[in-house]
Design a protein around this ligand. Structure first.
Ligand code: PLP
Length: 383
């Protein structure tokens, strides 16, 4: 058999590889503590599951869910956005439901890029941006996120080569893997640059609701952002719904039209019952209580993990957002060696930063997706 060349351009998906290594260790009988993949350990809240159970009995949900998502769900997203960010979105033109934000993020390049075009991608960053760009036959060009800039994007650090072929820029705040949170100034600089260079900005806000203290802002709050940009959101992390596969894109209607054209030819939408449950997730009074409970849980875990790592010599970037701790290794050894050591010696899975980009070298990402007791155990093993 002969396979497409594009497959060989994509390295193994970092988290799939991590999962494989973890399973190997489990088969060897090792008690593995998984601080690797960003997948919440706590189940989806009961009220969402109950809504799903009800919706599954409705025959209207058994048919193809064509289109950009149920009108009621897009209206609920619009109201939620207005409440949360003070941004107004037209449910008809400026919102489309996705099969998880990853699906939209990887399909977007098909709608914007031709062969020979380039897209700017943060390094380190979530690997799906790169995959989508390569699948579209275009070229990823990386820009560094560095601790000196608090991991905020600096337009002065964008490579100037091939700028005339650059049509798309990916950003992600609160950031995976660094946990950095963007401010209005950083977004304003990006909006000006994107206007000047005729580049579409795709801002990935999958972690917008995971914070303690100050609320992260939306890219679309920036004046002029909707003219050049879109924002991706997810139910996965906010409501512990990673397995359900639902998210949305919102913002510039032309970009959403173009993506919808791609999607109409690839998928047939999100199962109606999942959309009905997502609507309840966004509108139920129980949602805020649940979100608050999750924030408290992650804050408690962070307050155990971060000082524990620091006591062991790790240099942790301080942030109250996402469910990651981004930690510089305690010595001059590589992050890959450290991740190997964590797994081989102590049975702890964590993500080496360089698996998420060259500039992630020297750092390891720890997920807060284990109970406090397990985090304490991991720290004890590392002492
Ligand atoms: N964006 C970032 C930065 C992520 O870390 C993830 C998942 O880990 C996603 C998007 C994908 O989320 P979803 O489950 O909505 O596809």
């Amino acid at each position: 058999m002969r396979f497409a060349k594009r497959l060989s351009k994509i390295p193994p998906y970092a988290f799939v590889e991590l999962d494989r290594r973890k399973k190997e260790k489990l088969l060897e009988g090792i008690d593995v503590i998984d601080l690797g993949v960003g997948d919440p350990d706590i189940p989806t809240p009961k009220f969402i599951i109950e809504a799903m159970k009800k919706a599954i009995d409705d025959p209207a949900n058994h048919r193809y869910p064509f289109g950009r998502g149920k009108q009621e769900l897009r209206e609920a997203i619009s109201s939620w956005y207005a409440r949360r960010f003070g941004v107004s979105l037209d449910p008809g033109r400026e919102i489309a439901v996705l099969i998880g934000s990853k699906e939209g993020l990887t399909h977007l390049p098909l709608a914007l890029l031709d062969e020979g075009d380039t897209a700017l991608i943060p390094d380190p960053g979530y690997p799906a941006y790169r995959s989508g760009v390569i699948f579209a036959g275009a070229k990823p060009v990386y820009f560094p996120l560095s601790p000196e800039d608090n991991y905020l994007p600096k337009v002065s650090s964008f490579p100037r080569r091939e700028l005339d072929r650059t049509k798309l820029l990916f950003l992600n705040y609160p950031n995976n893997p660094t946990s950095a949170v963007a401010n209005g100034n950083a977004f304003e600089e990006i909006v000006h640059w994107a206007h000047d260079n005729n580049v579409v900005v795709a801002h990935d806000a999958a972690y917008s609701e995971l914070y303690s203290g100050e609320k992260p802002i939306s890219f679309l709050q920036t004046p002029g952002a909707k003219e050049i940009g879109v924002e991706f959101h997810s139910f996965s992390k906010t409501f512990n719904m990673t397995g359900w596969r639902i998210g949305w894109i919102c913002g510039n209607p032309d970009v959403i039209n173009a993506l919808s054209q791609i999607k109409e030819n690839i998928d047939s939408g999100v199962f109606g019952a999942i959309q009905a449950a997502a609507l309840v997730a966004l509108t139920s009074p129980a949602a805020e209580t649940e979100a608050g409970r999750m924030r408290d849980i992650y804050a408690e875990r962070r307050n155990v993990l971060v000082p524990g790592l620091e006591k062991n010599g790790w240099h942790v970037f301080h942030s109250n957002a996402t469910f990651y701790a981004w930690a510089g290794v305690p010595d001059s050894e590589s992050d890959v060696l450290w991740a190997e050591r964590l797994l081989e010696k102590w049975g702890i899975v964590a993500t080496p930063g360089s698996a998420l980009g060259e500039h992630g070298g020297g750092f390891v990402r720890f997920s807060l997706t284990q109970p406090v007791e397990r985090i304490k155990q991991a720290l004890d093993r590392m002492k």
